[in-house]
Write a protein that binds this ligand. Structure first.
Ligand SMILES: C[S@@+](CC[C@H](N)C(=O)[O-])C[C@H]1O[C@@H](n2cnc3c(N)ncnc32)[C@H](O)[C@@H]1O
Length: 275
């Protein structure tokens, strides 16, 4: 082979290699960037994308405004509560699992206005302290607060002692047991642990937690109704949650309860009359 032919073949081979590299590079770039690689970066958003973005921004604004409005209402309720029910020492927080200021306001209003002899609370905590102060201010009445959790019951008991309200509030540790309501079984408080639950005027339903089973708070009305005084009220917390909506529906449709009040708030509460 002549030197000239060898050089020509080398150049052709080099050019072929170059073409193959360019083709490979082109495909790799396409795979990494997708279709966008071929779109101009400063292209105007499509009309449907502009509408979607505007809708999202609108929803965020509305959610923000609603959230702000709720927070303000909760703060106003807490300020009113503090003025209405002065405490001797620091109150438990209204955050976390505790009843919100708007729910506590509904409960406090009910206790101060109706001057109950007996309040039963399903789920103890900060609400027990608020009720204790209201009964003290009323000059009588007692609250029996049920808690399925021994540690939590002890914590609430300590709060009641710290506030000097043991004459008004008794916290009872009631483990959950199987309770039959018209052929359905629920996990609910073991009432054999409590004495003297007759003539109930107000039931505050804030337990057991939903984590203990579906419609966990449903048994409160069917189980306690026969132990209630005429005109008794049940206040159900978190009434806007799907489970609690279903509970109110069943209380009213299956057991003849009447909804007499609903409060706003993140989850709100519903007050129903037993007769
Ligand atoms: C919704 S809480 C009751 C809150 C109470 N009524 C109040 O206003 O503070 C229902 C039950 O959940 C349990 N509990 C309360 N706080 C909890 C927490 N941070 N973590 C787990 N369980 C809690 C307690 O046993 C309580 O009886």
């Amino acid at each position: 082979m002549s030197t000239h032919l060898a050089i020509t073949l080398l150049v052709v081979a080099f050019l072929l290699l170059l073409v193959v590299q360019v083709v490979i590079l082109f495909y790799v770039r396409g795979a990494l960037t997708g279709d966008e690689a071929s779109e101009p970066v400063d292209e105007e958003p499509q009309p449907h994308r502009r509408t979607e973005t505007a809708g999202l921004v609108g929803r965020l604004r509305r959610n923000g405004a609603e959230q702000h409005s709720r927070t303000v209402r909760e703060i106003e309720a807490l300020i009113d509560l503090r003025a209405l029910v002065p405490a001797r020492t620091t109150m438990p927080s209204t955050q976390g699992w505790a009843a919100s200021p708007l729910t506590v306001s509904a409960l406090v209003r009910e206790v101060l206005e109706t001057r109950p002899q007996l309040v039963v609370e399903a789920g103890s905590g900060g609400s027990s302290v608020w009720v204790g102060y209201c009964l003290e201010r009323n000059g009588g009445g007692r609250c029996v607060s049920l808690d399925h959790d021994a540690d939590y019951a002890a914590k609430t008991r300590a709060d009641i002692e710290r506030h000097g309200l043991t004459d008004y509030v008794e916290v009872v540790h009631c483990p959950l047991v199987s309770v039959d309501v018209a052929g359905e079984t629920f996990q609910w408080y073991d009432l054999s642990k409590v004495e003297g639950l007759d003539g109930i005027d107000i039931v505050f339903v804030d337990g057991p937690p939903g984590t203990t089973g579906p419609l966990a708070r449903y048994p409160a009305f069917p189980v306690l109704r026969d132990r209630c005084a005429p005109g008794a009220r049940f206040i159900l917390d978190d009434a806007a949650r799907p489970d609690e909506k279903a509970i109110v529906h069943r209380w009213t449709h299956e057991h003849g309860a009447t909804v007499v009040d609903r409060t706003p708030g993140p989850l709100g509460c519903a007050t129903v009359r037993a007769d």
